[in-house]
Ligand binder design. Structure first.
Ligand code: PLP
Length: 459
């Protein structure tokens, strides 16, 4: 009996058939791809229906597969995506949108740049000097350090100030954020020992006081971000915790999470601790994300007192966690926007979305509808809906919004979802009560023609 595998063409014959691709990728890579496909066919012959297929059919199966793979490898992996989810800081879609106006300013770093050189005297500079004056002015901090993300910031702070020592933290603040950031775990990795005090819903000042001992290095406050404890709750005033810590010569570390640089009440949101207010209160070391409410690139920003930040700067771990020129230049451009509060909403794409009104969303919806062919209007409704901040900010706040709702008579919602994800500019919406929705809270002006064209095509 001849093996079914004898029908599988040889690698050399396949290489000849696929020869035209060697203009785009090395023959050794092509060979590697072919070998992998053939190996896969041999491991799962039934999945490929090898038994039923002729040699020619198997040949074209392999060449088609390789062609697909080569095309995929050569086409851009990152695509612009239209966010119709209604979640502004959507982790899957890259959190804070930055906007083309900012990206277009990145020319300066396209080749060499003054990352760590002082152009006035030619001497060695400090990469953080690009952001330091901005952060000082905007937050009132004495010093600032920027690392890869807020998780890294917390790790670095604890490792510097509390390695082999104890950090007191309330049981009501032992949060997990997005699965990968769990405060107890980060503490452990930093080499510091967590001393839990109080209970989930109530922590008193005396709980902190009783826990202070010889090995205490700091008190830590964590913004609970993605959940809220309601009802019978209590925690001490920040000023009381600060007074207690400072009496004992201890720093208070505040993991602020979202890190609003502006008062979100301006946009109708609940008060979210503003970095400046927290610094003014006297917190010693404060950290927050660059790509949450700040509306910038992924980064972890540490602000606070010189006394502690000087130590953090000397930690060798900083070398492993520091940001590169791309992130730092993006961050400086974004921070400059904050120098003028009046124009920030005009300039910062993330804050634009947070400040979006129903009226603006209605205008967008009317523009889309006007570009959709009349016969399709039958399948489309504009409905009231709610959006969310996302990424742990304002977990229980539903932002008033409207959404396009697509009828399910013609296609099932899941089919519409797939077709729209396959659009030239992929569109990501959501399914609610079996209906497909596109939420206007997160749709951009530029998305209008693409959405209309895609809907005209699929409906
Ligand atoms: C989001 C968040 C983090 C993690 O920040 P990343 O920038 O995502 O690393 C840590 N702590 C709090 C309280 C947060 O909200």
């Amino acid at each position: 009996m001849t093996s079914i595998f004898s029908k599988i063409p040889s690698i050399d014959s396949l290489l000849i058939l696929l020869d035209n691709h060697t203009q785009q990728i090395d023959i050794r890579f092509l060979k590697q791809l072919i070998e992998n496909v053939i190996k896969d066919i041999k491991t799962h012959p039934s999945q490929y229906d090898i038994q039923e297929k002729t040699r020619d059919e198997i040949t074209s199966l392999v060449t088609d597969e390789i062609e697909n793979q080569v095309n995929q490898l050569l086409s851009p992996s990152f695509r612009r995506v239209i966010n119709g989810t209604g979640v502004i800081l959507h982790t899957g879609l890259g959190r804070a949108p930055i906007g083309p106006q900012i990206i277009n300013q990145l020319d300066a770093i396209s080749a060499f740049t003054n990352l760590e050189i002082n152009l006035s005297d030619g001497k060695r500079g400090e990469r953080l000097d690009h952001v330091l004056p901005l952060l000082r002015l905007i937050t009132g901090t004495e010093d600032a350090i920027v690392v890869n993300n807020n998780a890294a910031a917390v790790l670095l702070i604890l490792n510097t100030l509390a390695k082999r020592k104890e950090v007191i933290v309330s049981r009501g603040e032992l949060v997990e954020i997005g699965g990968s950031f769990r405060l107890p775990e980060v503490m452990k990795n930093s080499g510091s020992k967590m001393i839990e005090v109080g209970s989930t819903n109530k922590t008193h000042l005396r709980d902190y006081r009783d826990a202070i001992g010889d090995r205490t290095a700091a008190i830590m406050i964590v913004h609970p971000s993605n959940y809220k404890i309601m009802g019978f709750t209590e925690k001490p005033e920040a000023t009381d915790i600060l007074a207690l810590a400072h009496e004992n010569d201890l720093p208070v570390i505040y993991d602020l999470g979202s890190g609003a640089l502006l008062d979100m009440q301006t946009f109708g949101f609940e008060y979210e601790p503003v970095v400046r207010d927290v610094i003014d209160l006297g917190f010693d070391v404060v950290s927050f994300s660059g790509d949450k409410l700040l509306g910038g690139p992924q980064a972890g920003i540490i602000v606070g007192k010189n006394k502690y930040l000087t130590k953090i700067r000397k930690n060798h771990m900083l070398r492993a966690l520091r940001c590169d020129k791309i992130i730092l230049s993006l961050l400086t451009i974004i921070l400059k926007q904050y120098l003028h509060t009046e124009s920030i909403i005009k300039d910062n794409v993330t804050l634009q979305l947070f400040s979006r009104t129903i009226k603006q969303m209605r205008m967008l919806s009317e523009r889309i509808l006007s570009e959709i062919e009349k016969q399709h209007h039958l399948y489309i409704k504009v409905v009231d809906s709610g959006g969310r901040a996302g990424s742990g900010a304002y977990p229980i706040h539903s932002i008033p919004a409207i959404a396009l709702q697509l009828d399910k008579k013609k296609y099932k919602a899941s089919k519409i979802a797939r077709k729209l994800r396959e659009a030239e500019i992929p569109i990501v919406g959501y399914i609610l009560d079996d209906y497909y929705h596109l939420n206007f809270l997160t749709l951009m002006e530029d998305d209008v023609p693409h959405i209309a064209a895609s809907l005209n095509k699929i409906l």
